[in-house]
Design a protein around this ligand. Structure first.
Ligand SMILES: [Zn+2]
Length: 250
C-alpha cells in the first residue's frame, strides 16, 4: 500500500499546534532543542515527508501522526547537516510492531531455506528504510529504532556501513577511528562478560551497529553516553553538529 496522508493535499499550515504537540510530547528528547531548532525540525520533517514514498505494510494504516513522529525522529540527526544526507533513496516501509521479515537463503548444496526473522528495522543501502511502529514509543525502553536506522543511512553514505559516516573537513578520520575502535572493543568485552553496559548491547554486533546504538544514545540519553564514553560523545557532537547535553563544544 502506498499512501501519504501528508503529501500534496495537506500542507504544513494545516497541521495545528495541538497536533504537533501531541506528537512531540511522545518524543521527550526533542525538548532539548531550542525553540528555533524545534521550528526548523518541524519544517524539515514536512519536507522529508513530502520527499519520501511511504508504505504501510501488513495492513498497517499510516496516519499523519505516525508520519510526523517518524519524520521528526529521522530528521533530528540531520537537523544541522541538511536533508540532502537522505538523498538517493525514497522508500519508507512501516510495519506493525515486531514485524517478521520472510527470508530465503540458499545454502552450499543449493537448498533454499525459508524462515521468518523478527526485526525492529532495517536500512538497505540505496534502498528503503523499514521500521516497526509501536503505538507506545517507549514499548522498547531506551531504544530508538528510527534514529538507529537513519544513522545506518548516514553511515552508508561513505559507501558501506562500517561505523564511520563521511566526516566533515573539521573531523580527522584518524581521530574518529582512535576513539571508536577502543570504545567498541571495550563495549564488546563488557557485553561478552555479561556486564550491565547501560547502553543497548546490540551495539556489540558490529562497528556499524555500535555507531547506530551510540547515535541513539547521543540523542536520547546523552548524559548516559557521556558518562560511559565521553570521547565517543564528543566525536558524535562534532559529526552531528549538535550538543544535546547543553554545553557548547562547537
Ligand atoms: Zn542496526
Amino acid at each position: 500500500m502506498i499512501w501519504n496522508p501528508l503529501k500534496g493535499h495537506k500542507q504544513a499550515a494545516e497541521i495545528g499546534p495541538a497536533q504537533w504537540q501531541r506528537v512531540e510530547a511522545r518524543l521527550p528528547f526533542l525538548a532539548r532543542l531550542s525553540a528555533a531548532e524545534q521550528a526548523a525540525l518541524r519544517e524539515m520533517a514536512l519536507r522529508f515527508i513530502a520527499a519520501k514514498e511511504w508504505h504501510g505494510a501488513q495492513g498497517l494504516e499510516l496516519t499523519a501522526e505516525m508520519q510526523l513522529s517518524i519524520a521528526l525522529q529521522a530528521c533530528l540527526p540531520v537537523l544541522k547537516l541538511g536533508l540532502h544526507w537522505y538523498d538517493g533513496w525514497v522508500g519508507i516501509v512501516i510495519y506493525p510492531g515486531d514485524f517478521l521479515i520472510p527470508r530465503s537463503v540458499m545454502d552450499a548444496d543449493g537448498v533454499v531455506h525459508e524462515y521468518d526473522d523478527a526485526v525492529l528495522g532495517e536500512a538497505w543501502e540505496g534502498g528503503p528504510v523499514l521500521l516497526s511502529w509501536f503505538d507506545a514509543p517507549d514499548a522498547v525502553a531506551g531504544i530508538n529504532i528510527v534514529i538507529h536506522e537513519f544513522a545506518h543511512k548516514l553511515d552508508m553514505r561513505s559507501g558501506v556501513a562500517d561505523g564511520m559516516p563521511p566526516l566533515g573537513d573539521h573531523m580527522p578520520a584518524q581521530r574518529w577511528r582512535s576513539t571508536f575502535e577502543p570504545a567498541y572493543a571495550d563495549f564488546c568485552q563488557r557485553v561478552d562478560q555479561d556486564q550491565d553496559t547501560r547502553l543497548d548491547p546490540y551495539g556489540a554486533e558490529a562497528p556499524a551497529e555500535f555507531f547506530a546504538v551510540m547515535s541513539e544514545a547521543f540523542f536520547e540519553t546523552p548524559d548516559l553516553l557521556y558518562e560511559e564514553y565521553p570521547q565517543v560523545y564528543r566525536q558524535l557532537a562534532l559529526f552531528y553538529r549538535q550538543e544535546p547535553r547543553g554545553s557548547a563544544v562547537l
